[in-house]
Design a protein around this ligand. Structure first.
Ligand code: NAD
Ligand code: UDP
Length: 318
């Protein structure tokens, strides 16, 4: 049994990761400031003797009593409207959060995995994106607090490894979706499904020709754990995502079809610096981790629609 700290464990991906780690029989310490995560997400874990929760902002140093074997750093808002609300805090979360958790890993001789992002590629000029592509990021745009913060965190991870031999792992996550996404987080999957099940207009930003590739959260979490359990020489960065690519307009049509909705598509202004193309090259993940997504977009979206429908029924009853 390992003792594993998950920073950001009360958020969407964190909840799935914590659930899996507890199922595997490990002890989990969740550290979260509940900024974009929620107590509802962790409620079911609170009675589990192998689970403990520390409310803490990772921009401040942290230590825990007892040993720590592994650390997953997921702490950071991931939805553009939410990470742009307080951009300075977002940057501090990525940079100071990385330093504080790397210091913790150094002290406990723990392995540490960074949840990085496809946003390090910015608005990419190479398509699909392999790990060797250095990216095309605007340093002074509205998305920069997130993109540059995550880039800086990758640099800190690799430098703690070079300078202090900390056992680091970096995964670059592409758009991930599934149950436990926050209904109001403003991301495309939650927005479109909720609009569709309420028969409201589907808000497409820009022409809808921009593309994204969507990975189901359970596939992603399997990739996280494979990466963490890989040999110490496997550092990354390694892309984790589903290479099946959709234009946002086609994705909207798909959601309307799958929900049997009467929603219409409406077109609104494109936010600045919105990446036009995004699709992972996952050759490295296949070769090194023997990982690739197993859950098709149709299957994953069906499960997510069911989740949001149940939530809507619950909200109507409550
Ligand atoms: P989320 O917003 O649902 O979860 C993030 C969690 O981190 C929340 O519980 C939040 O309260 C917590 N948090 C934020 N700032 C914090 C701070 N300063 N101190 C302590 N806790 C803090 O987002 P998610 O989709 O679960 O994403 C998890 C991680 O994966 C993030 O680091 C994100 O950048 C990365 N990621 C996600 C995606 C995606 O598509 N979901 C894509 C790329 C990268
Ligand atoms: N988007 C959209 N309508 C919405 C929400 C998002 O058209 O209601 C678009 C957004 O402009 C982007 C894509 O969908 O091109 C993915 O947005 P999301 O916020 O989910 O994540 P991103 O990949 O941009 O970080």
């Amino acid at each position: 049994m390992k003792r594993i700290l998950v920073a950001g464990g009360a958020g969407f991906i964190g909840v799935h990761l914590v659930k899996k780690l507890l199922e595997e029989g490990h002890k989990v310490i969740c550290v979260d400031n509940l900024m974009t995560g929620s107590k509802d997400n962790i409620y079911a874990f609170l009675t589990n003797p192998n689970y403990s929760f520390i409310e803490h902002d990772v921009i401040n140093p942290i230590d825990v009593t007892g040993r720590v074997d592994e650390i997953y750093n997921l702490a950071c808002p991931a939805s553009p409207p939410l990470y742009q609300k307080d951009p300075i805090h977002t940057m501090k979360t990525s940079v100071l959060g990385a330093i504080n958790l790397l210091e913790l890993a150094k002290k406990h001789d723990a392995k540490i995995l960074q949840a990085s992002t496809s946003e390090v590629y910015g608005d990419p000029l190479q398509h699909p994106q392999p790990e060797g592509y250095f990216g095309n990021v605007n340093p002074v745009g509205t998305r920069s607090c997130y993109d540059e913060g995550k880039r800086c965190a990758e640099t800190l991870f690799i430098d703690y490894h070079r300078a202090h031999q900390v056992k680091v792992k970096i995964v670059r996550i592409f758009n991930t979706y599934g149950p436990y996404m926050d209904v109001n987080d403003g991301r495309v999957v939650s927005n479109f499904i909720n609009q569709a099940i309420r028969n409201e207009d589907i808000t497409i930003y820009g022409s809808g020709n921009q593309t994204r590739s969507f990975c189901y959260v359970e596939d992603l979490v399997r990739g996280f754990i494979l990466m963490m359990n890989s040999s110490d020489t496997v550092i990354g960065p390694i892309n984790l995502g589903n290479p099946v690519e959709y234009s946002i307009d086609d994705f909207a049509k798909k959601i309307i079809r799958m929900t049997g909705s009467r929603s219409e598509r409406i077109y609104q202004p494109l936010p600045s610096d919105d990446p036009q193309l995004r699709k992972p090259n996952i050759d490295l993940a296949k070769a090194i981790l023997n990982w690739e997504p197993e859950i098709s977009v149709d299957e994953g979206i069906s499960k997510t629609i069911e989740y949001f429908k149940a939530l809507k029924d619950y909200q109507i009853r409550a």
